[in-house]
Design a protein around this ligand. Structure first.
Ligand code: PMP
Length: 362
């Protein structure tokens, strides 16, 4: 190592050097059922129309008013009350970072039930904040007593409740959520990334609780590659978080693609409806497999307990299907994998591969 490299590394925080990077596994040549993407593309004619629209965008200019127009279109799409505020992030991942930044006083705590979405914890750790993960019950419900006790003990500046949760895919009891909201001393973010697939949402809380924010994303809608997340809540709260946003975080191409998608929301809503129907079919098929427990889902994924999660993950990969092995994430997920709901053909391929792997294991 040269003295110059030592100089550079010496000044990177020890805790950052000790971090493990967020892993994005290569899916080259594999059927991708690991990341809750919408498997459907736009119909050919709309792809052409989008291409023409993007071709006309002034990419020589910094992003301007189209970003604001997209925010307003998303607010209307979500049915956000006009007096609330909305801000956009480069995916909800960026919003999570900005929320952590907004509360990042020395010693501040970020809290979320676990197992949950890992970025809540990672983004807190990036800033040296405490993260308190409160285990769910064995049936993946919120442990109300444990959550209340943790809120009292740690006074979290930021509490995340994913609704539905990832990777468990369930919606929690809304009465419990409301009591936690009442007890929370800081911001409460209801993360509705999987809202297109869920029977309920928590937008109604915005009317009653000024410390609640609802976060959504266009990713699961069908624009995971475009990177647009949005955060809605009391205008003053959103205004302060928005000050921390890099000024041009939504590219002109992303904003235009997002607006285009909302003009064709019916296409995406039809795709979501098909995925919900496929989810029901997949749940029935999985329930019939030996040694397999598929948990109920309100998202576009199914948490599934299998006889040997490592072998199922590796066996499916060898057969060309990439899923997520979540068995090591948390003790409650022992033996579990997470399957993204695909097209009927993809689900058929995955189920055939899974039957083969299970037969080999038996
Ligand atoms: N929230 C939850 C609960 C998620 O599962 C994910 C991604 N899988 C995100 C937020 C991040 O979504 P994005 O950055 O694509 O908007």
């Amino acid at each position: 190592m040269t003295a110059f490299l030592t100089r550079a590394l010496d000044h990177i925080r020890d805790d950052v050097r000790a971090l493990h990077a967020y892993q994005v596994h290569s899916a080259a040549g594999l059927l991708k059922m690991d990341a809750m993407e919408n498997p459907y593309r736009l119909p050919e004619a709309l792809q052409q129309a989008l291409g023409e629209r993007l071709g006309r965008v002034a990419i020589n200019r910094y992003p301007g008013e189209r970003t604001g127009e997209l925010a307003q279109a998303l607010a209307r799409h979500a049915g956000m009350p006009a007096h609330n505020g909305i801000m956009l992030g480069n995916g909800s991942d960026e919003l999570i970072s900005l929320l952590s930044l907004a509360v990042a006083r020395p010693g501040a705590t970020v809290m979320a039930p676990v197992p949950g979405f890992v970025m809540y914890e990672l983004s807190a750790r990036y800033l040296g904040l405490n993260f308190v993960g409160v285990p769910l019950t064995a049936d993946f419900e919120l442990d109300e007593a444990a959550m209340q006790a943790a809120i009292q003990a740690h006074q979290p500046a930021l509490l995340y409740l994913a609704y539905p949760n990832n990777p468990t895919a369930n919606l929690w009891n809304p009465d419990v959520i409301e009591r936690l909201v009442q007890a929370a001393p800081g911001l409460v973010v209801i993360d509705e990334a999987y809202q297109p697939f869920a029977a309920r949402n928590a937008m109604g809380l915005l009317d009653r609780y000024e410390h609640v924010l609802v976060m959504r994303t266009m990713s699961k809608f069908g624009l995971a590659g475009v990177r647009i997340g949005y955060l809605m809540g009391h205008a003053e709260v959103v205004h302060h978080v928005d000050k921390l946003r890099p000024p041009y975080n939504i590219s002109v191409l992303n904003a235009e693609a997002g607006l285009f998608a909302l003009e064709h929301a019916d296409v995406y809503e039809q795709q979501a409806a098909e995925l919900r129907a496929e989810r029901a079919r997949l749940l029935t098929e999985l329930a019939g497999l030996p040694g397999v427990v598929a948990f109920p889902s309100e998202g576009n994924m199914i948490l599934t307990r299998v006889p040997d999660a490592n072998a199922v993950h590796a066996g499916l990969k060898a057969r060309g299907v990439l899923i997520k092995n979540v068995s090591g994430m948390h003790p409650l997920l022992a033996g579990c994998v997470r399957l993204t709901v695909g097209t009927p053909q993809e689900n058929h391929t995955m189920l055939t591969a899974l039957r083969g792997v299970l037969a080999d294991l038996a």
